[in-house]
Every structure is written in C-alpha cells, then in structure tokens.
Design a protein around this ligand. Structure first.
Ligand SMILES: [Zn+2]
Ligand SMILES: [Zn+2]
Length: 158
C-alpha cells in the first residue's frame, strides 16, 4: 500500500510549488521505530519544477516526539526537525553532474509518482537526539537518595 508521502508530479506547474502534508503516526514512516509521537507531524517546503525531467525539493520535516530525559527521566516533548534537499531527475535525461552532494531520486521513464517515505524516514532518524535532555542543564537524579535534583535538594551526606 502506498503511503501518504507519495504524490504525482504531473499536477505541478513549472516553477515553485508549495507543499504541505500532515503526517499521522499511522504512516509506515514511523513504523517499527522506537518513538512515541506527541502529535501530528508536518512535511512542508517547495518543489521547484524545472521541466518534466527535473524537480528540486526543499523540504522540512517536523515531528513532535515524547522523550524521556536521560538524566532525570521526566517525559518531555520536543520537535524533531529535519531539513533536506532532494533532486528528482528522469533517468537518462541528463548528466547528474552538479547534484552529487544531494540525494537524487531517479524517476523511471513515464513514471510520475514520487515516493518520499524512505527519505523522510532516513532524515528523521538522523535527527533524533541520541541523548535527549529535558533541558541543557538538567541536574538529573541523585544516585544516592533518588532525589530529583531539579526540584529538590539532595539529602545524602558524604
Ligand atoms: Zn531532565
Ligand atoms: Zn542524594
């Protein structure tokens, strides 16, 4: 089954086309990831259609996620933000020179469906914090008395 992150390029006009897609947690994009979504995500940006064979996508993926702070274990919500650029090019239509740094999607001749699911997933994973903290200076929990040092003073002596 196709995800919501596929769309047809045929309907686009030449030049800049705005894009905004709401992302529910049901999407395959989020399947089997160990993340707890805190709301609806958004994929927004623009598709710049140069001609029938070349499309430049500047996209921003924003997804609110629940994290457990690694120091104090409090749950908090943070928006995971990934900005990425993708070039979609018809296979064999031109030299791919100059696009080496970016991700290039090769469109098969006569195919106009663009699938962004796996790109979005990849960039989302890249931008997940590996050591989430509720705040930069979280003081964590005392290993001795278990006090949440953000809220209480530690009662340990020595
Ligand atoms: Zn914390
Ligand atoms: Zn203590």
């Amino acid at each position: 089954m196709r995800g919501m992150l596929s769309f047809n390029l045929l309907g686009l006009k030449e030049g800049i086309n705005p894009l905004e897609i709401k992302l529910s947690g049901e999407l395959p994009l989020f399947r089997q990831l160990d993340v707890d979504l805190a709301g609806t995500g958004t994929l927004s940006g623009t598709i710049d259609k140069r001609d029938d064979n070349l499309y430049l996508l500047h996209l921003s993926l924003r997804v609110p996620v629940y994290f457990a702070c690694r120091r104090c274990l409090e749950t908090f919500v943070e928006e995971v933000r990934s900005d990425f650029t993708v070039v979609a090019m018809r296979r064999g239509s031109r030299d791919d020179e100059g696009f080496g740094e970016e991700d290039v999607i090769l469109l098969e001749p006569k195919k106009n469906e663009l699938h962004l699911e796996e790109y979005a997933r990849e960039f989302f994973l890249l931008n997940l914090p590996s050591f989430p903290l509720c705040r930069e200076d979280c003081r964590g929990i005392c290993a001795g008395c278990g006090a949440d040092l953000n809220k209480n003073n530690c009662s340990c002596v020595g």
